[in-house]
Ligand binder design. Sequence first.
Ligand SMILES: *Cc1c(COP(=O)(O)O)cnc(C)c1O
Length: 422
Amino acid sequence: MTTKRLPFTKEQLEAIIEQYPTPFHIYDERGIRANAKRLTQAFSWVPGFKEYFAVKATPNPYLLNILKEEGFGADCSSLPELLLAERVGIVGEDIMFTSNDTPAEEFRKAMELGAIINLDDISHIAYLEEHAGIPELICFRYNPGPLKQGNAIIGNPEEAKYGLTRKQLFEAYQIMKEKGVKRFGLHTMVASNELDPNYFVETARILFELVVEISKEVGIKFEFINIGGGIGIPYRPEQQPVNLETVSQGIKKAYEELIVANGLAPLRIVMENGRMITGPYGYLVAKVLHKKEIYKNYVGLDACMANLMRPGMYGAYHHITVVGKEDWPHDRIYDVTGSLCENNDKFAIDRNLPEINRNDIVIIHDTGAHGHAMGFNYNGKLRSAELLLKEDGTVQLIRRAETIDDLFATLDFSGIKAVVAK
Ligand SMILES: *Cc1c(COP(=O)(O)O)cnc(C)c1O
């Protein structure tokens, strides 16, 4: 039986739970920093390599600050994400604004911050000009359509709402050139949670080829390509992380063949990963409230799909550890559930686990990205706290748990006559 490592002991975790009641997400600072350094190191050959952390994955200022200290920028796609980056001191071209269906005020804020604007559509040129002006640096998002396969989470590029067609790209850069823009980038993002390193090499190669063609045809000079995010993580214990060296060396070869050989170097290469940066270093910690034996055996936690939507939403696998029972035989089969009145509120279905009892502490792994961030309030569920396990071993509350007052804050009871006890 395979296990996944934890950054704390059972005793340490019990002490944390005494102070911060379950459920909560806890992030491992040491793991995040070491991982950030690995990525930077793998691409150290790239002139001006930068990772713009996808804020949507884990929009917490403490985590953004850690990543800022590691030299990362922020990939934002909404006004609140821009404001969050600004509040952490990530501004100017350290922000990549990769949005779609974008409201005017978001373009205005991105321009005001001096962010790199990555346009999702050719029609956004006129919209941007009308509402915010034309920036000095512009990037477009490419949708390769039938030329590239997507994957389960992001779908087939031909069906995806994002980006410009190949034909539109040439036209878009031409328009921008005529408007006096002199600095250019090219972006694509066609996969999510992809574990095949060759996929990213192929993506970079497609962008390099386009840079060669567009440079020639339109007569512009590209400053960077952005190969997007989407590097996967080994959610299952038998999976391996993406070998970043393989990705880097594959991209280097393509860079030399296409960019250097065509006299287009230096060209910066940037990324906007979320999942692979923080995903493996977050843990949802919950307690067993109930055991239920009907046609199947159920274990009910004090966490639910509002704390982690991925299993319910895409049937995603998240590994589960029952704390202190790592070495017990995993000879029971349970559905591990939350309390939503929705039958897809299950963290695991037919999972082999050790015998579970009430009050056992259960850890759901790999919740450091697209975990807390995807939370919601359906069924009156409150979003949990977020904790940071710091490098010195202490624990800091980096987001308090929501309260019922938070939940009711947008409601108006003033016109309600019913007698309320209070
Ligand atoms: C979601 C997203 C990312 C990050 O994706 P990960 O799978 O977390 O790496 C990056 N760029 C864009 C445009 C996105 O929508």
